[in-house]
Design a protein around this ligand. Sequence first.
Ligand SMILES: *Cc1c(COP(=O)(O)O)cnc(C)c1O
Length: 477
Amino acid sequence: MQHLLRNIPSVHDVLEREAVDMIINLQGRKYTKNLILQGIEMFRDKALASELHGIQCQTKEEVMEWIVAYVRVIHQKNEQKGLKRMVNGTGVLLHTNMGRAPLPKVALDQIVEIAGGYSNLEYSIEEGKRGSRYDYVETLLTDLTGAENAMVVNNNAAAVFIALNTIASNQEVIISRSEQVEIGGSFRIPDIISRSGARMVEVGTTNKTYIRDYEEAITEETAVLLKVHKSNYRIEGFTADVNGSDIGALARTKELIAMEDLGSGCLVDMRQFNLPHEPTVKECINKGLDVITFSGDKLLGGPQAGIIVGKKDLIEQMKKNPLTRMVRIDKLSLIALENVLQIYRSETMYEHIPIMAMLRREHTQLVEEAKKLMKRLRDTLNDRIQVCIIEEENSIGGGALPGAKKTSIGLAISSQYIGAVALQQALRKHATPIIVRIKDEHIELSIRTLFSGDYDVIVQGFCDILNKLEHKTISNY
Ligand SMILES: *Cc1c(COP(=O)(O)O)cnc(C)c1O
């Protein structure tokens, strides 16, 4: 053991190695030195604990190689940690774990153009003095939804919170038992209501709620009748729901506020995509709801944002709420949101907004794309993989249209050299991770959620994995 410890190189000697040059170039000497120190320490601990049996590290050179290998592995693991582009082969259009809606190219160009320099974020060009960052986005929103007024915040959770904190603090909010949803594991409607300072009054049952349930629960203390979109679940069987128009009408006669948290919120009719009807924001305004909240990065297809539209005086009060500053939208998101809303106003969303374009992709188009990718994979990998075109179903995800499926096209891919689970994992660990599902003995790659640039990445990914595997079995990959 003494002899092992004597062979440990100095940090300086490891730094001189060509094999760590790449890491120094990417991350600098300080970071690399730190990894080397960790490697040396790890080697010493293992040597002292006699855990190096069977490993070739007797000579000075072998110890050096052990440490260099360690440094490279840790560096690779660190590299996996930062945000990076991924290929979404799951067919889930708004994947909550994959950044929800991809942004339109034109919106990204605007971010580069505007945020790369100074801008009129809070400057009135007309008057040459301080202006409001919200002016234009509000105009766009009122134009698009027919609402009297609008505001935007950091995300929809914040929108619900600010709205309730402004209009229902210290008062009662009536909500159906069937609408107390949890979204994304931490956003729970009952918690948001209580944190906003309002008191929640539950009415109805899990499966049935009638307008008379709301009516009977109204007291002197009631401020808001709240409706919440059942974003990620669906009740089947004997159910009864109260629609927005009835809630709006009841609120008007009782001089209360009718509010709906639409969750996803969309501006176009989903039936054109052969999907179930989702009330658009405009329809909800027309139903007589006073306040509506929705997300920017779900079906709208824009950046993370929370949008509040509704009655002029109510929205004005929310804008003056001091907590609004804490949930303010940042400039990058605002640039993208303005751009996305402009795209809707010019009615070019099916061209420019990725989510809309993906929903629009026709069966024949998907088959054509699948054939192209299949041919490229076969041409490059020959008989090392088996590929065929399959029919499959995509879900929308992101708490929009729960249970709704879109028939779609995918590729079923398998290889005699590697099992489906190992292949799925290797694709995930590719330099640009490729995320796929497994079905039976093959992996399934959905076509609908792929971008044209993803094809090169996918072909390269399979190539890299299979080349590494050449003449090896799965177990020692
Ligand atoms: C998604 C969702 C939210 C939260 O929206 P974020 O933009 O993710 O903060 C709130 N309410 C409903 C009904 C939702 O579906």
